[in-house]
Design a protein around this ligand. Structure first.
Ligand code: GLU
Ligand code: MG
Length: 454
């Protein structure tokens, strides 16, 4: 069974019959929370029709819960007496879990039982709303996600209890046992292929124990679903082996961070790539330039979604492969927006801003929203960066930290109008609580820096 194969089957009782014949007895129904972690419930197959009819009840504060398990006082959660949200299995997304016999996995659609409408914090619905706006302009975004992560092993002596699985240096763009002595990547790729989420290839990335997995390009909603499932699956498969796969932006002081690069283009109603214009300079349409301008204009606000943790801003910097300035260039990896060299149906932008910790739905919604704002406003970008970048007299810096990014998001009323007021308020409240907690916390760095000499 694959996600594609399941698309015809919408009648829960028929689905139950089919799954039972395939030896499936549990359906895992998962959905993204605000930070893009998967929340889920394992439903016994005989109860699937009831879950489809009535929904699975979760506490709405699942969206307001920190990675440490505390509930942040976001409107509609604690203050409302911790009410329910309902999650209905999206049977179009059913796929058998290749590594967990008897279990099929699908995504869930989240609604607020008081209104019957999508839950205001639901990232999947937020993206749908942004895509509906694109539809009003006759545009369908196409997205290709690339995700990097580190694979770690337990080490009681390491800070945090985890060390990198392998410390080989200089193994960028390699495969095989030299930098992956346990063949992690091959094992993973085959399981991800069998899951049917459109994984195309993978390789060892720049840093020891860092890997990159690439996904096919498809409609933005589908691409977000697949990126979300990829992160979830990679984490799950690492845990299965007693390891930790982390999509944290910059987990180690002695290694660069992990990116979540997005390839982005828009198609018109005829399915034509509207960025392609063979007769124009660089083969790029005016629409492509407007989209670049939108991404640049809204980059400070967008970074709140693309770089959503306190740690995210430690990945940025000059002379890294991560961005530092708000700029764009033609096939230039030192720029925040790179225009890869392909044209025709492959004409696209590569937004290199996002780090791997970003919630795929929010990153894609924000990027598409910013590009659309540029297109509708007819904004013009500056001339593209030439050569190796990092000239602060030429381009503005990205926000230096999460506080600045959240402030930029709040101030960017054009982008927050696209994202919706209720979502934006929830996101800002949740993330500002994270900053408050961090500011109260005495870090290892402070002790090392001050305790002995002062
Ligand atoms: N690891 C880099 C980043 O954080 C990207 C490396 C690459 O160009 O693939 O964005
Ligand atoms: Mg990479």
């Amino acid at each position: 069974m694959s996600a594609q194969h399941a698309q015809q089957a919408h009648q829960p009782h028929e689905v139950v019959e089919r799954l039972a014949a395939e030896g499936i007895d549990v359906v895992r129904v998962g959905y993204p929370d605000l930070i893009g972690t998967d929340r889920a419930r394992d439903v016994l197959l005989s109860h699937l029709p009831s879950a489809c009819a009535h929904g699975l009840a979760f506490c709405r504060a699942v969206y307001h819960t920190t990675p440490q398990g505390d509930v942040v006082p976001v409107t509609g959660g604690l203050d409302a007496g911790l009410p329910d949200i309902l999650v209905r299995p999206d049977l179009d997304t059913l796929a058998a879990l290749p590594w967990e016999p008897g279990v099929a996995w699908c995504l869930g659609d989240v609604s607020d039982p008081r209104t019957g409408a999508p839950a205001p914090e639901s990232p999947r619905d937020l993206l749908r709303a942004v895509l509906a706006r694109c539809g009003e302009h006759g545009l369908s975004p196409v997205v290709g996600p690339e995700l990097e992560y580190f694979l770690c092993e337990t080490d009681p002596a390491a800070p945090g209890g985890w060390r990198r699985y392998c410390e080989t240096s200089g193994a960028v763009y390699t495969t095989g046992l030299r930098a992956d002595p346990d063949n992690h990547l091959l094992r993973l790729l085959r399981l991800l292929r069998d899951l049917g989420i459109g994984v195309t290839n993978g390789n060892h990335e720049f840093e020891g124990a860092q890997f990159e997995i690439n996904l096919i390009h498809s409609g933005a909603a589908d691409a977000a679903d697949r990126a979300f499932r990829l992160k979830s699956a990679v984490k799950e498969l690492a845990r299965r082996e007693g390891r930790l796969a982390t999509f944290m932006a910059k987990p180690f002081n002695n290694a660069g961070g992990s990116g979540f690069h997005l390839h982005l283009s828009f198609q018109d109603a005829e399915g034509r790539d509207v960025f392609d214009a063979p007769s124009r300079p660089h083969g790029l349409s005016v629409t492509a330039l407007h989209a670049v301008a939108g991404l640049l204009a809204h980059a400070p606000a967008l970074s709140a979604l693309a770089n959503p943790t306190i740690n995210s801003y430690k990945r940025f910097g000059p002379h890294t492969l991560a961005p530092w300035l708000i700029d764009w260039g033609l096939d230039n990896r030192s720029a925040m927006v790179r225009v890869p060299p392909e044209r025709g149906a492959g004409a696209r932008l590569e937004l290199r801003l996002g780090d791997a910790s970003a919630n795929p739905y929010l990153l894609i919604a924000g990027a598409v929203g910013a590009a659309l704002l540029g297109i509708t406003a007819g904004e013009e970008p500056p001339t593209p960066l030439e050569g190796y970048g990092y000239d602060t007299t030429r381009s503005a810096l990205l926000p230096s930290g999460l506080t600045a990014a959240l402030d930029a998001l709040e101030a960017d009323t054009a982008l927050t109008a696209v994202l919706g007021k209720e979502f934006t308020t929830a996101f800002l409240t949740y993330k500002r609580n994270e900053i408050e907690r961090f500011q109260q916390h005495v870090t290892d760095w402070e002790f090392t820096e001050y305790a002995y000499h002062l």
